[in-house]
Every structure is written in structure tokens, then in C-alpha cells.
Design a protein. Sequence first.
Lengths: 120, 120
Amino acid sequence: MTDDKKYTCSLEAVDLKKVKLVSGQIPEIGKTKFMAELFKAFSDPTRLQILQALSIDELCVCDISAIVEVSVSAISHQLRLLRNLHIVNNRKEGKMVYYSLNDSHIEQLIAVAKEHIEEL
Amino acid sequence: MTDDKKYTCSLEAVDLKKVKLVSGQIPEIGKTKFMAELFKAFSDPTRLQILQALSIDELCVCDISAIVEVSVSAISHQLRLLRNLHIVNNRKEGKMVYYSLNDSHIEQLIAVAKEHIEEL
DNA sequence: GTTATAATTGAGCAATTATTCAAATATAGT
DNA sequence: ACTATATTTGAATAATTGCTCAATTATAAC
């Protein structure tokens, strides 16, 4: 009858007060989903290599392909994903397209992650 | 004959000097894969909600399930993954298991990501 | 010991994803 | 116009992933 979510354990086990308090303090699900998408961009080794390379220098697709040792096509697919999330910018020059990082948060995220795994 | 990776474009298109320079400066693939795994932990909305909840307070599995509105089983599966990556700690008290964040980098990563999406 | 319940676990399934391949665009040089 | 080449794109495929369900483990109360 009551609209209790069946997900959880008995009422005695749940600290309802805590649950309400915490629920009220975490971001709404839409924002969380967006953040998760951003993190997902960093969660693939190929993409992470691309981002690390771009944190050193602006690069064209061919160069990225050579550095990461993955086909041009695969790189291009990944770059589109990164473009759509506004993580990288691109600049066309003749036949070639040069990519770069969009803002400093990208490098910050990578730096913090590096710190974390280094002190394991 | 030569061991050129076939991945890439013509030799004229590739800036070999740049490629070598950048290749030498990015972390080895093993480290990058590990970092990617860390980011992957943050890349699912359910897990990200768990982490955001834990950044506010230590919580038992039941409470997390109630906050995130996902089954206890699903939460437990995700917590195992987070445990294996040393992102969360747990503490047993009777029948219940309390989870908390392992170190401050976790909160830092979430904070930077939040900043990034807010200034889009 | 028996019962109740918090939490974990393994198998299975639907959905997502990273890459390859082939084809299409776009630009430069002839 | 024609050719060469840098990049993009769509479809297909194999691999991964998050959840559910059912069963199990661990602890507490009786």
C-alpha cells in the first residue's frame, strides 16, 4: 500500500533520518549523470592516452594515431566523442585537423587521478 | 619491410619529431590503464551517487540502497568494485557493514568534475 | 539449534561500447 | 576535371557492463 521502495531492507535497518539528510545533499540525478558522462570520457585507455598527449601539445589526427598506436578511424571516433563533451577543441588547417584540450579542468582531473594511484 | 605502424597516414603528414617527443612524455600504458580504471569507477551514475553520498557520511548498504534507490544486490555489486579499487573502505558492525571513502582524492575528483560541467 | 535479516555472490540477460572495415567528404596540387 | 590524402562516418561485430534473480553466508536474538 505505502509507497516504500522495495529496494531496501527492513525499516529498522535503515536510518531514515540519515537517508533523508544525505539524499537532500547530493546533486540531482541529471547533474550526476552528466558528471558520470564526463568521467566516462576518461575511462577508456585510448581516450586517456589521447588526452594525455593533448595535454602536452596540440596534435593532428595522424600524429595522435601514431602516438597512441591505434587506427586513424578509431581515433577519429573517439575524438568525436570528446568533441561532443566539449573536452577537446579542433582547428582545421588545410587537409589536417588539429586538436587541443578545451580547459584546464581536464588536466587537473588527470593530475589528481595520477596522484591517487601513486600513493597506493 | 620497415616496421612502420600501418595505423597512420603518410610520412609527410606525421610530424615525427613531435610524435617522438610527446610519446616520450606520456605515462606508460600500464599506468594509463590503471588510471582509466579509476575513472571508470566514477563513470556510472549509480556508483557516482554512492560516492557522493559517502562523501557526506559513512553509510551501511541498506542506507545507500535507500538513497540511490537501487536494489541492495546491485549496490553490493558496485561496492565490491569500489572496494577492489581501494576507493571505499568498509567496517563491519554486527550484521551491518558501513562504507566510507578511502581518501580525499575521491572528493577532489568529484569537485573538479562538478566545476567543469558548471562552467559550460 | 532455529529463525530472521544484512550483506555477498554467481549466473544470466539486455544494453552499451571500442574497434574494424568500407565508403564518403574535404582540401590541395597537378 | 583528376588524383592523392587527411579526416569523418555508418554499419557490423565482439567484448564489456549493470542489473535482476536466486541462492548463500554471517551475525544476532530467541
